[in-house]
Write a protein that binds this ligand. Structure first.
Ligand code: AMP
Ligand code: ZN
Length: 666
């Protein structure tokens, strides 16, 4: 055997042992034998760098250092999941689904929800080419070097895999692995880590991949994304992924009814403590991919999937004080200040009380002993009062009537849970809150300026709104407390640099209520510039895919406020971007201008997302449901029966994929 053959055969052999050990959990040689073979391969590779292969098992030991993790845009967006907490929630979800799918039969795949860090792996021709963190769902960090050290992530696939696809999963630490890591840390005189999830996600961003290699991380996979994969159900995805060499937990179950789903949920709620890793719930998914496409997505999550959250860990402690926070929109949030208590690995001092109704419903009072729970939220919440421990002199909580920041009488609109301070132009916290939002990282990302600087500038009378930021000069800023020459310069430069921030982020920065990052992107894309958006009526806005009444009303209100118009005029005069760039407009036409499309079914030459993009890029709008305003329904195979009936009854023309594509050729 020549050297190259020897290297190849060692690589194959080690990959197979690796797979047997880390994925199947069925090793067939001892650790010692494995280490010996690995050493032999390492020596051969070192002596023959000409045979380098990025998929060699020796890569697993790490050693490459990543200084900066590059940002990568996900080809297929990574969504969140909606949460449910009860059988009733799940049943409501099923009803919503059935309403859309008509009386078609629906099956569900139930999986455990693995509690770790999400990851998206891209494979081309069977080789791992990229691993990206979820980030904000649109783009994440390239952590390929670190991920390659995780033994259960295949570097080379087996079997009959598609030429190119992304696969999604969760990087986790098993409880045993985590305990072992902590044991070693304690022995080395270091502080133990708090919990497996944060430790797993922190591991992905370590610069030295050799350190990552030492951590007992695992990768559990749950879905595949790509075009034309020829897979028809979620359950099939799991089976296929397993056959390609991925670690896919076998607890997943195909269920024919919500009753079976509930049995799965209940079983794992009681048995989860015996699992080798942490789980915080179950993920229920509509099994048929075609039905999934029919159901589609909301702005944040698929309509075809639902997370069922298990009851979280609880602790009890004393409520010392209730304070009230004023948000940038004037919304008041009551906050419980607690006697510090340890809960699920962290010390909790504050908890959210949500609103006046919540306080009344719980009848929570200062001095009470309360139960605190930590769900997926960052800030824990109070779920109940321990009435047996209530002090005899306890007085019921009186919700504040006036703004704690500006003294204005609070208002509460019909149907809204929150109290508001209506003094939006004079309430200092609201003013600074809006400016702080404007400069924040996901908005204008103004470097050299933080929340405290905003407060300082406001107190000194240098700014009263975000447009004033652009009038700041170094001379004006330098006299401020603790403002060195250099920092003043940075601040002014940071403000100037923000003028090149793209339109969709400027739109987000304006701080229109309910217009988050995703909605801002949608609106920017649909209207292309601020003037068109300002001219849009509530009705027109609602016709845009994923824009509901509440958002539309808020947008119209914002642009009907003279002070807002004045501020926008000023921002325009300073040179901020209020339209999509040339590059963003490229490949875009007006061919479908004014036309509203609804897309239904499965397509042959383009994916559903590609089709939607084609419509939007050519000036059309995509709506999620059929109405008398719909111009065309583009129907693929197996169009939803309810959609067909509705289109026919409203006389909306139904066209095929081919007919649609011809429209674009014209
Ligand atoms: P959340 O972050 O609470 O919106 O929940 C969504 C996240 O759950 C996804 O981004 C995944 O990373 C994670 N997840 C864990 N297990 C699963 C699973 N079996 N199916 C889908 N998502 C999962
Ligand atoms: Zn106020």
């Amino acid at each position: 055997m020549d050297i190259q053959q020897k290297i190849t055969s060692l690589r194959e052999e080690l990959s197979e042992h690796n797979y047997r050990y880390y994925v199947l959990d069925q090793p067939s040689i001892t650790d010692y034998e494995f280490d010996m073979k690995l050493k032999e391969l390492q020596q051969l590779e070192a002596a023959h760098p000409e045979f380098y292969d990025p998929a060699s098992p020796t890569i697993r030991v790490g050693g490459m250092v990543t200084k900066n993790f590059e940002t990568v845009v996900h080809e297929h967006r990574m969504y969140s999941l909606d949460n449910s907490y009860s059988k009733e929630d799940l049943e409501d979800w099923e009803k919503r689904i059935q309403r859309i799918l008509g009386d078609a039969e629906v099956e569900f795949t139930c999986e455990l929800k693995y509690d770790g860090a999400s990851i998206s792996l891209t494979y081309e021709d069977g080789k791992l080419v990229r691993a990206v963190t979820r980030g904000d769902g649109f783009q994440g960090d390239d952590v390929t070097t670190n991920i390659k050290t995780i033994r259960s992530v295949p570097l080379q696939l087996k079997g009959d895999y598609p030429p190119k696809f992304d696969i999604r999963g969760e990087i986790i630490l098993t409880l045993e692995g985590f305990a072992k890591m902590n044991q070693e840390r304690i022995e080395a005189g270091e502080d133990p880590y708090m919990n497996p999830r944060n430790t797993a996600s922190g591991s992905l961003k370590l610069q030295d991949s050799a350190l990552v290699a030492q951590r007992p991380l695992e990768c559990l996979l749950y879905t595949v994304a790509g075009n034309h994969l020829g897979i028809s159900s979620q359950f099939e995805i799991l089976e296929k992924a397993r056959s390609w060499g991925f670690k896919v937990p076998t607890v997943a179950k195909l269920c024919k009814s919500t009753k079976e789903v509930m049995q799965f949920v209940e079983h794992w709620d009681t048995n989860r403590h015996h699992l080798p890793y942490e789980t915080d719930g179950v993920v229920v998914k509509v099994n048929s991919i075609q039905q999934q496409e029919e159901l589609g997505y909301t702005a944040k999550s698929p309509r075809w999937a639902m997370a069922y959250k298990f009851q979280a860990e609880q602790a009890s402690t004393v409520l010392n004080e209730i304070t009230y926070q004023v948000g940038r929109t004037g919304a008041i949030t009551p906050v419980a200040n607690l006697r510090p208590v340890l809960l699920a690995g962290t010390t909790v001092k504050r908890a959210s009380l949500h609103n006046a109704d919540q306080i009344a419903k719980l009848d929570v009072r200062v001095g009470d002993t309360v139960f605190v729970e930590k769900g997926g939220e960052i800030i824990p919440k109070i779920i109940a009062v321990d009435f047996t421990k209530r002090p005899t002199d306890s007085k019921s909580t009186k919700y504040i009537t006036h703004c704690p920041e500006c003294g204005t009488e609070l208002i509460r609109k019909e149907g809204e849970a929150q109290h508001f301070c209506p003094n939006d132009t004079g309430c200092p916290t609201q003013i600074t809150g809006r400016i702080q939002h404007f400069i924040s990282r996901k908005a204008m990302d103004i470097e050299g300026m933080g929340s405290e600087t905003v407060e300082l500038l406001f107190k000194q009378g240098l700014i009263a709104n975000y447009a004033d930021l652009y009038t700041l000069t170094k001379e004006k800023v330098v006299p401020l407390e603790r403002m060195a020459d250099k920092s003043a310069e940075n601040l002014v430069n940071g403000v100037a640099a923000s003028k090149s921030i793209p339109f969709e982020r400027v739109l987000f920065a304006l701080g229109i209520r309910y217009v988050g990052e995703t909605v801002a992107k949608k609106l920017a894309k649909a209207y292309k510039n601020i003037d068109a958006l300002m001219a849009a009526s509530q009705e027109e806005l609602v016709a845009v895919d994923e824009i509901g009444e509440r958002i539309a009303e808020s947008v119209v209100n914002f642009f009907s406020e003279p002070t807002n118009l004045e501020i926008i005029d000023r921002l325009k005069s300073y040179g901020l971007r209020f339209s999509l760039s040339e590059e963003q407009l490229e490949n875009q036409t007006d061919k479908l201008k004014g036309q509203i499309f609804v897309v239904s079914g499965v397509f042959e030459t383009v994916s559903r997302d590609e089709l939607k993009k084609l419509i939007e890029d050519n000036g059309g709008k995509v709506a999620s449901s059929i109405s008398s305003k719909t111009s065309f329904v583009v129907a693929g195979d197996n169009m939803g029966p309810s959609k067909r009936t509705k289109a026919e009854s409203l006389g909306v023309p139904i066209i095929s994929e081919q007919e649609f594509l011809q429209k674009l050729q014209a």
